[in-house]
Design a protein around this ligand. Structure first.
Ligand code: HEC
Length: 149
């Protein structure tokens, strides 16, 4: 009985010892992987710097957008509105579909602007691009209306 307890204890110790050995054996590899950039590989350094660089690029992009001024109707349409109005997705009146647009155009530009800016049924406000200015959305509405006349 005592022998049996002893042997199960030694199995336990052996298991723990193996586990510790494994950890000791693996950790250097893990550290080596993490530390590699410190050794001066520029590629690894780039990877580490990337998140910050990307963030700066994004900020620069936003500044560029501000500097280059508001987007015109066709540009806004192509980048945002076309997703639905080219295909008629979600029941959107298609670009150039005169029959679909005529009754809407009859409600007047202000009503159309208000729908596009504030959203209407399946269409989210500003077509989902909240960063667009009201003027940019109006430009895209004018473009859509112009295509349906
Ligand atoms: C997610 C799809 C979707 C996007 C993106 C979208 N629209 Fe629409 N749009 C719709 C749908 C659906 C309707 C029809 C709403 C209805 O049932 O009256 C609609 C209707 C309209 C109307 C007519 C509104 C009225 O009062 O009859 C205008 C104008 C319009 N969209 C302009 C735009 C402009 C401009 C953009 C881009 C800035 C845009 N839409 C982006 C889905 C979209």
């Amino acid at each position: 009985m005592a022998d049996q307890q002893n042997s199960s204890k030694s199995i336990m110790y052996a298991t723990v010892a193996v586990a510790i050995l494994l950890m000791v054996a693996i950790v250097p590899f893990t550290i080596k992987g993490d530390m590699a950039p410190v050794a001066g590989s520029s590629e690894d350094a780039e990877v580490r710097v990337q998140p910050v660089a990307k963030f700066e690029l994004k900020v620069a992009g936003a500044a560029d957008a501000a500097a280059s001024g508001p987007k015109d109707g066709p540009t806004v349409y192509a980048s945002v509105c076309s997703a639905c109005h080219d295909t008629g997705a979600a029941g959107a009146p298609k670009k150039g579909d005169k029959a679909a647009w005529a009754p809407r155009i009859a409600t007047g530009n202000d009503a159309l602007y208000a729908s596009a800016i504030g959203g209407k049924l399946a269409m989210p406000a500003k077509g989902g691009a909240a960063n667009l200015s009201d003027e940019e959305v109006k430009g895209a509405v004018d473009y859509l209306v112009g295509q349906a006349k």
